[in-house]
Design a protein around this ligand. Sequence first.
Ligand code: DGL
Length: 262
Amino acid sequence: MRVKKDMSTQPILVLDSGVGGLTVLRQLIQVLPNEDFVYFADFDNAPYGRLSKSQLRGVILARLLQLNKKYKPKSIVLACNTATASTIQDVREQFPHCIIVGTEPAIKPALRVCNKVLLLGTMGTMCNSGLVRLVTETQPNRVITQVMPDLATQIDKNIANLQVLRSELALSLSQYVGKVDGVVLGCTHYLFVKDLVSEIFGSDVSIFDGNLGVTNRVNSCLKLLRLNRVDTVVGTVKLLCTRRADTVRLYTAWRILQGGDI
Ligand code: DGL
């Protein structure tokens, strides 16, 4: 990585297809309150999980080139398991001056404390993530994978009333009740339905996500490269999306995260 010395006051750019990455953003702000953040919800290209690897690569690089030109971030966070699985290497090559951090399903932490875990994710993550491939090949009896083809879209769409997803979730997940002792939320959107998932499996089943891992990685990279911001106490947060009409969804999701303990 070729870091420029004067970049510490530049923002951290956080990208996802929709509201999911806001859960990563919230965690980042908690740990790095004095940084400036730009969040971009790429609703126009959502859901990422339905795109092929090469389509997604094209979409993500085009979007990041545009955002990089405008905001010149010191770090780009792919707050999306699907985008990370398909494009992280290309993003690193394209933006050598930035700290690039992706999001991966927390399967390893889950397997450290659970006997058998259920991994939920998009088609893109299940097909393209090297980590998922590695774990399912090396420990096939300890991981069950379940693609949730529509869940991220449903969460984006029903963000103001997530309870409507309860019965559909129960329908797809109740077959695993009693068979696993851990569930990995392998998509940043799914944190919005963490309570519903927990209700289905009961309190004995632990629920995992990769958000803290992302935050710790951003924090340690910034410190290592002396790019963490020290001239402010409270940074700024910009929430952006492709279509003006979607701003309401984005802000509704952000308000939910401010109020609850998702
Ligand atoms: N939030 C995203 C993830 O973590 C993807 C959702 C989608 O657009 O399919 O995978």
